[in-house]
Design a protein around this ligand. Structure first.
Ligand SMILES: O=P(O)(O)OC[C@@H](O)[C@@H](O)c1c[nH]c2ccccc12
Length: 264
């Protein structure tokens, strides 16, 4: 038998984590929290507005560490980073909430969101409805669903729950099969992860190769491995105008300045 890939290990751990959390706080308690949660900020709307105005839409990521890179940013203050991103022209924020593999937390999402007026996506490995309720309870405006981690039925179920709670959904794919499974859901936003979650290689051609199969009604978000102005220019030449960028910003002293530089 082959060794489990990192994605498989993460998912296995997520199911345990959900079990532990449910004992601490039930779904019905989360539903109470949702009643008083901060109203949803339009995530897709913000992206669409930017693109309609001819600009790139930038989802700027708040990420301390990753399994492939280890600690990416030592000085890590989510509120400070959020302000810097907003000043630098970010459209939305992405905040890692996974603790075990990315050193993230729900508190980081709350701190980042409170510090600015940008819509925020909860970046985590969502495999159970519990995590969708939890996302809205902590203020998330959008969730990530990773096609590689979900069956068709589970993906549809989680998507429907998120939308019923008023959130947007970014479904992430990295090959033609995952894309074909995702398109029938009819979501406006499609994320293409240039990083293979099984072996961590990044290749921008992952995005280019899938573009022909996606109609103009969708907004493609290219994710991972965008490091330089040249990467941005190449994507824009292919008609891709929405970007999810983490590491390149996180390694800069002033993340928002780096954003402004790369997307000027
Ligand atoms: O740091 P990068 O290479 O700019 O990548 C950001 C983002 O795309 C990446 O963090 C990511 C994309 N999909 C994910 C799913 C889970 C965790 C992390 C991710």
């Amino acid at each position: 038998m082959s060794l489990p890939t990192v994605l498989e290990r993460i998912i296995e751990r997520k199911f345990e984590e959900v079990g532990e959390r449910e004992k601490q706080r039930s779904v019905s308690q989360l539903q109470d929290d949702i009643i008083t949660a901060s109203p949803v900020r339009g995530f897709v709307q913000a992206i669409a507005n930017n693109i309609a105005a001819g600009r790139s839409a930038v989802i700027a990521e708040v990420k301390k560490a990753s399994p492939s890179k280890g600690v990416i940013r030592e000085h890590f203050q989510p509120a400070e980073i959020a302000c810097s991103y907003e000043k630098g022209g970010a459209t939305c924020l992405s905040v890692l909430t996974d603790a075990d593999f990315f050193q993230g937390s729900e508190a980081y999402l709350q701190q980042a969101r409170e510090a600015c007026s940008l819509p925020v996506i909860r970046k985590d490995f969502i495999v159970d409805p519990y995590q969708v309720y939890e996302a809205r309870a902590i203020g998330a405006d959008c969730i990530l669903l990773i096609a590689a981690a979900l069956s068709d039925g589970k993906m549809a179920e989680l998507n429907t729950i998120a939308q019923a709670l008023g959130m947007d959904v970014l479904i992430e794919v990295h090959n033609a099969d995952e894309l074909a499974r995702t398109l029938p859901l009819g979501n406006r936003l499609i994320g293409i992860n240039n990083r293979n979650l099984h072996n961590f290689d990044t290749s921008l051609s992952t995005t280019y190769d899938l573009l022909d199969s996606i109609s103009d009604q969708h907004i493609v978000v290219t994710e991972s491995g965008i490091h330089r102005r040249e990467d941005v220019a190449a994507m824009r030449e292919h008609g891709v105008n929405a970007f999810l960028v983490g590491e390149a910003f996180m390694r800069a002293e002033e993340p928002g300045e780096k954003l402004a530089e790369m997307f000027a």
